[in-house]
Structure formats: structure tokens, C-alpha cells
Design a protein around this ligand. Sequence first.
Ligand SMILES: [Zn+2]
Length: 548
Amino acid sequence: MSIQDFYKELRTFKPEEITKFSKWVLSYTKLKGKEFSFDKHEYQEAILDDTHPMIVIKKCVQVGVSEVLIRKLLAFLSMYQGTQVIYTFPTADEVSKFVKSRVDPAIKDCSKIKELGFNTDNVKIKQIGQSFAHFKGTYGERETIAVPSDYNIHDEIDFSKPDIQNLYRSRLEHSSFAWEMDCSTPTIPGYGIDFMFEESDQKYWHIKCPHCNVWQELIWLPDKDKEELYNIRKIKNEWTYVCKKCVKRIEYSPDMKMEWVTKYPEKKDAHGYYLGPCTAWGYKKAARIIKSFYNYKELDQAYNRVLGLAYTDPGKKLTRDVITRCWNNDLTIQRTGRNCFMAADQGPPSWAMVAEYDNERDKIKVLRIEKIDRNMFDQVGKSGEKISGRFSELMDQFDVQSAVIDAQPNTESAYQFAKNHAGRVHICFYSDRQLNKLVWKEEEFVVIANRTRSLDYAMQYWIDRRIEIFPENSANYQVYEALIKHLTGMVKVIDEDEHGQQKAMWKGHKDKTHFAHVWNYLCMAIESDVNIVNRVIDPSISGFSIPK
Ligand SMILES: [Zn+2]
């Protein structure tokens, strides 16, 4: 019997008495050992019970969407015995972490699944009675899943392979369900989940003000000129939820009237849910939303993750003025000789920078900029003596505590240099697959940087004027000119990567942007020092525009 025939034989649908997913979830599942409840998460119930075959969820972080997806998946498999679900995550690594930390505990805590029998030994396949769940990464996997499916769930779809939906839609062809759920924090406007949500019927969570009875969606945006449109205000120095209409303070109560309101009921192809931070206002304090927004160093990340909104700033670039206003000739504050950091690329020629971080004034003070034509790395002389390269000389001269240099093209020389200064030097590789801005691999002397995000962060220092440069003398003005030229040579654009996925990225001519990367490495070196305080961005002063 082929595996296809085997699965075909299994699909004998015998729904139980419980026909609502939410009822099933409340009756049989637990959350962290406690009875599952929709208290303060009332918005989850409708998403669970929605049986529309195409559901789109655009969300911010930490609104309990994973809990809903996992439970809907388990309820589906359990209630409709003999079915199969395909669940995808961006990478193979992430999928196995997700399964072990989130799915397995949910299965083990579920009384109904215990009754049906389950097998969780395999990270990729879970058997629940006569049903199967298949978990798969979209990157880092050799093949797609070749089983028929009744329900495809694509989690974090904006970070997954762009063709992932079509790839798995053919699996649904013979199913009487043929359901699909797409879910993600958004990224670029008009791309991925943002586009799918725009095309859907667009449901927003509304509450009824207990004072004036006006229904409204609770929202907040970081635009000080339009404060009257938003539900979070500072009252008596405390961030507070207020009614947009009567401006009275409102507090969550389970008795409150609340429901999903559909903006475009005539759009019937997909049900779309937007879960912003205020959707979860029952447990998200107003001050926490504001604080986490401004804690992000990259504004697009703050919009995407904290607000669940698509955002990017294409066309953004540094200008000569923005850079030269960081010039400082006040030698009295020039340097203290503490907290020195270094960065360089390999060249030749190599471009190097040394700076110190001024804790008190929260500024990066650039102390040295150099163009190095040869002998960057240490060498061994004819009689076996060690000849220090220019990089090592700078390390000693400025007593550098942390340095980051380009890992390429001579990875072996770079690695040797890092080894010679163990713990103080990291070599940098760029990877856009990695979602985190920086991942430090201490034992390998390596830092892996998301190119776009790290450059976003590094460029922001200039915009915020948190840099001081002390041009040493006019003799080496050419190297300062090169710095300006290389930094202004980078422009942020929307482009497609090798997988056809749209991404925001910094582009510029390879030979005319060296210092932009060296500057980026310098910011990494500084950030490697845990004592450096996280800084706060305020879009009203940094010249960003606020999306409508
Ligand atoms: Zn009101």
C-alpha cells in the first residue's frame, strides 16, 4: 500500500459532539498547567471558531497568537480524526524549537489527546489518534512534504520562502476542508501578510466605552500631532487608556462589550484579523507599549513588532550635512583614553576606525580614521620574529577593548588576528536569513549580522547626532572625504533577494561604501560591551515620517 493510499483510508471523518473549536480548547487544553481561559484574551475565541477556509492574521508580538494556532491545530486534528495538517515556520531550526517548547507541552497537557493516543517522539510528525500534524521549515529543508493535507498553517510567513503558500496549496486539492491560515508580524507595506490582510475583509477588535457607549478600535501611533485620534494619553504623568470620544480613562473589565468588527464584509475570499498591541489591552499596560516601542533602535522594527504594522523607509540616506555636523574641534573633550573600540575592513586598501564611547554624554567619539595600504595583519619575519601588522598596532596604541573586522576575503588571516587578541576581536559575517540583528559566537570569535538591520542601527547614530569626530589635522583630509563619500553612497531600497523575496536593504557601489561597513562594525564592537546603555529613538526628532 502506498503512503498516499494509507492516508486516504484513514480519512473517515467522525466529528464528535463538540463542534466548536473554542469549546474543545476550553474543555481539554491547559496553558502552563492551568485551565485555558479567554479572560483578557477574548479576541482569541472568534479566531478559533472561524471556519472560513482562508484566514489571515496580521499581528504584533506577544498577543498569544501561537497559543491560538497550536490549539486550533490540535482541536482540528482531534475533532476530525483521519485528517492531516501541515504547519510551516521560516527555518528548520525554528520549527524544531517551536515544536519542542510549544507544541509538545500542549499535547501532553491535553486530556482528549491522551484518550485518542498520541506520539510526540518525532519533531517533524505528530500523531494524534488517527490524525497527523507535519511540521516543516521553509528554509534549511531538503524537500517539501509530499503528503495530502486538509489544513495548511504558515506561521511568520513574511520571513518564509516567498512561494510557500503555492508550494503547499496543491497538497489541499483532494481535501473536503482545504483550509489555509497565514500569520505573521508584517514587514514591508504591501508585501506578504500586509498585502494579504489588505485583500481580506479586515476585522478589527472594537470595544464599547463604558462612559459614552461609543464603539471604537483601541489604537496608538507615535505621532504627537494627532494625539486626539489615539487611545493612549499621558494623564497625571502616567500613560493611560482613554476613550477617543469622551477622553475619560477606561479600564479593562471582562463584562465590557467587545467584538470583532469587519471593515469590508463584501470581501469574501479571506477573513483577516489585525492584532495590534491594544487588542491585548486587558494585560498589556499602556506604558509598556510606549516603552517597548521606543526601546527599539530601528524604527521599522518598532512598527513591525510592537505595533504589528508594516513600515519601511526606502530612499533613506545620510547627507553630507548630517555627517559634517558631527565634526567637533573642541579638543578639551576629545578623549579620555577609556572604552576604545576599533573596526576595519580587509581591503587592500583597508579602512580603519578607532573610537571611544563617552558614557556620560552618550556619544561615540571617533579618534582615528585611517587608510591602510599594506601590512594589515601580523606577519612572521625571516628569522621567525613576529612583525605586528597595523591592526595590532592600533589595538595596542589605543588599548582597544573590543574590535570587529570584516571576515572576508582573507578569512584565515582575520581569524588568526582574532585568535591573537582572543576575546577582544570578532570577525563579522553578514547574513540576511538571520532575523536577529547580531548573533555573537564567542568560541569562534565570530559575529553574524543581519545586514539591513545592523546598518539601519548604525546609520541612525548619525541621524541622531550621537557621534563626534575630531579631525586630527588637515593633512589627512582625504580620508575624511572618503568617509563622507562612503557613508552617503548608501541608499535604502526595496529589492528582491535571491529567493525573490522583497526586502528592504542598503545598496551602494561596492568600491565606494567601505566606510559604511566599517562604521557598522564599529557600532557592533561598541555594542559588544554590555555596559553600553540601550538608547531610545524618538521619531519626532529624527526626521522620520509617520505612515498614515
Ligand atoms: Zn467614551
